[in-house]
Write a protein that binds this ligand. Structure first.
Ligand SMILES: NC(=O)c1ccc[n+]([C@@H]2O[C@H](COP(=O)([O-])OP(=O)(O)OC[C@H]3O[C@@H](n4cnc5c(N)ncnc54)[C@H](OP(=O)(O)O)[C@@H]3O)[C@@H](O)[C@H]2O)c1
Length: 320
């Protein structure tokens, strides 16, 4: 293979900063190790954390080094499988939550392990599939693995119209739970369409004036929401936060449990989520798409904190 064939277009961060540090460039393609697949990326999901990584906020925690290619959510086609790969072969359609070690998904190629990638749900386009991994896994790991949400329980989902929230509502409904969800006025009907039993408009009502004795709260917003959430959970109930850490003293005082979680790649759970999608129990909401070269616009939008569903970068044409 000639050197030029091993080049790829990608979004590269050479210095931490605002969206303007995202540069569209030609760089070297990654090479898969024995236990990795090389994926030709068709679409890359845009997450709130991508903007935090770009700004340098998580450089210490995640050990990110410059230059870096952002983006951990992708859908694409297996181009080459390492010698130890048994799960995939060339030409397979996959979606994945990958680490950023050898470059992220805002690029034409990415490598992933079998722990990170799963078969793409057949009912989804690649653009839709790229919208799934991080936020769906975060909702799953928060509600199912951590809070052990079960049939008949009631859950309050803050930010129900966002990336995590849209999946959290549908995962909770698929579990047989009763769902109360919050969002602004323009998203009230949307919350109901996703399956919420009760929709609360945070611009008009305080959720703590309406909600009492829930089994579980999922907080993806921040300190203010978390502080006001302790009082709406029943004794023995659970607050799971994916943004701030719950205060152990406050939890103990009220006789409730709670924790912060950080989403982990999990190919088995991703495959399970994919099955629920193909069974039409979960729908994927992509509200905006941008070409890869316009990653700046996509990250400006995600930084507003008011995105409905997901934003996706289109990297290549959908294969036939
Ligand atoms: N710990 C982890 O592993 C993990 C994993 C994934 C995400 N996260 C974090 O979780 C957060 C949310 O992620 P996301 O992808 O869901 O974000 P997002 O897609 O930007 O969604 C934010 C949603 O929150 C709603 N919202 C804004 N202010 C609100 C308020 N005061 N009350 C209720 N709803 C409100 C917005 O609806 P309106 O437009 O109607 O206001 C919007 O739909 C981010 O900070 C992200 O970094 C953490």
């Amino acid at each position: 293979m000639s050197k030029s064939e091993k080049k790829q277009a990608a979004i590269v961060v050479h210095e931490y900063g605002g969206p303007e540090v995202l540069k569209y460039e030609d760089v070297q393609r990654p090479e898969p190790r024995d236990d990795e697949i090389l994926i030709r990326v068709i679409a890359a999901g845009v997450n709130a954390v991508d903007a935090s990584i770009r700004s340098g906020k998580f450089a210490k925690v995640l050990g990110t080094r410059l230059p870096l290619i952002p983006g951990s959510d992708i859908a694409g086609v297996v181009e080459k499988a390492g010698s130890k790969i048994t799960k995939f072969k060339n030409g397979d359609s996959v979606f994945a939550y990958t680490n950023l070690k050898d470059g992220g998904g805002y690029a034409e190629y990415i490598v992933a392990t079998e722990r990170e990638a799963s078969p793409k749900p057949q009912s989804l386009t690649y653009l839709e599939a790229a919208a799934v991994p991080i936020v769906a896994l975060a909702a799953w790991q928060a509600l199912i693995d951590t809070a052990k949400l079960s049939t008949g329980q009631t859950v309050l989902i803050h930010g129900g119209s966002g990336g995590v929230g849209t999946f959290a509502i549908q995962i909770a409904k698929a579990r047989g739970a009763k769902v109360i969800a919050t969002a602004s006025t323009r998203n009230q009907d949307f919350l109901k369409e996703l399956g919420a039993d009760v929709a609360i408009d945070y611009t008009k009502q305080k959720f703590e004036d309406i909600v009492k004795d829930v089994d579980v709260v999922l907080d993806s917003l921040g300190e203010d929401t978390l502080k006001r959430s302790y009082g709406v959970v029943k004794k023995g109930g659970f607050i799971v936060s994916i943004v701030p850490r719950p205060d152990p003293a406050e939890l103990e005082r009220r006789g409730i449990r709670g924790t912060f979680i950080s989403v982990e790649p999990n190919a088995d759970e991703l495959a399970e989520i994919g099955k629920l999608i193909d069974q039409k129990k979960i729908k994927v909401i992509v509200s905006q798409t941008f070409p890869l070269s316009e990653a700046i616009k996509a990250q400006e939008q995600i930084a507003t904190g008011h995105t409905r569903g997901k934003i996706v970068l289109k990297v290549a044409e959908e294969p036939k």
